[in-house]
Design a protein around this ligand. Structure first.
Ligand SMILES: Nc1ncnc2c1ncn2[C@@H]1O[C@H](COP(=O)(O)OP(=O)(O)OP(=O)(O)O)[C@@H](O)[C@H]1O
Length: 244
């Protein structure tokens, strides 16, 4: 079973240089975020504030900043924590089958194929294992992306609006699927969304950012079971989140 990894991000400064005659932009200044092991942290912020930038910094894809990212040591003496990143678009390789896309992080071989098929079964797409991504609907492609994210049993899962552009029923089914996957493969999750309903339904903690530069303006812990989240307290929480 996967372990879970907490982390602490300190960004003394992150800026982007001027583009096309615009001003230089300070995205983060003196920003700190600590995430407990096992948290499902939902990150809400206005468009363009720096959510993707934050995930890229945590993932180590963007090292051009002043500050630090510290992941807790992986429990169980495994050394490095395993990290998965589900991007805003599914980013499947069009020339590989669904199964090959899911097996990709594990490499070649029977073990990788077996693990990929087990994950495809878990997301309800085993029958599509031999299909190419273009044959799938967006919702199915997003399921494949989820299977690929979970196949390495990540300790830390970064998700950048992974269910965007789906209709509400499709998004609700994927939220359900994510909950079920996390019940079997627990991970610390940082999940970017612009949807307060999604935040309340999935999160154990909701952080709202405003700016620029981005700063935390709300930080709410949620202790509700799944049914309660979808009911009235969810509405109250959403109202609290929206309040200035
Ligand atoms: N490589 C870059 N060079 C210059 N500016 C950039 C670069 N990447 C991002 N930015 C700018 O930095 C800001 C933060 O970008 P980021 O993608 O992190 O925002 P976001 O909160 O994820 O936005 P959205 O909700 O629209 O996805 C934006 O204004 C963006 O235009």
């Amino acid at each position: 079973m996967a372990a879970m990894t907490g982390l602490r991000v300190d960004i003394r400064e992150k800026r982007f240089p001027a583009v096309a005659g615009g001003p230089e932009r300070v995205i983060y200044r003196d920003f700190a975020l600590e995430v407990a092991s096992g948290a499902i942290l939902m990150l809400l912020a206005p468009s363009g504030l720096g959510k993707t930038t934050l995930l890229n910094i945590i993932a180590g894809l963007d090292r051009d900043f002043i500050g630090s990212v510290r992941l807790d040591a992986a429990p169980g003496g495994r050394g490095r924590s395993r990290l998965s990143y589900a991007f805003q678009s599914p980013r499947l390789l069009p020339w590989r089958t669904v199964e090959e896309n899911v097996a990709l992080p594990l490499g070649e071989g029977d073990a990788a194929r077996g693990a990929a098929r087990a994950m495809l079964d878990a997301v309800g797409l085993l029958e599509q294992a031999g299909a190419y991504p273009e044959r799938l609907s967006l919702g199915q492609q997003r399921r494949v992306a989820l299977a690929r994210a979970f196949v390495i049993e990540p300790d830390l899962l970064l998700m950048d609006e992974p269910f965007v552009s789906l209709d509400e029923a499709g998004a609700a089914r994927l939220r359900d699927l994510l909950r079920r996957l996390l019940a079997v493969h627990p991970a610390t999750v940082i999940f970017v969304t612009h949807d307060s309903r999604e935040a309340v339904e999935l999160g154990t903690r909701i952080v709202r950012l405003d700016g620029p530069p981005a700063r935390i303006v709300k930080d709410i812990a949620i202790n509700l079971d799944a049914a309660a989240r979808r009911a009235a307290p969810g509405e109250a929480l959403r109202a609290e989140l929206a309040a200035p």
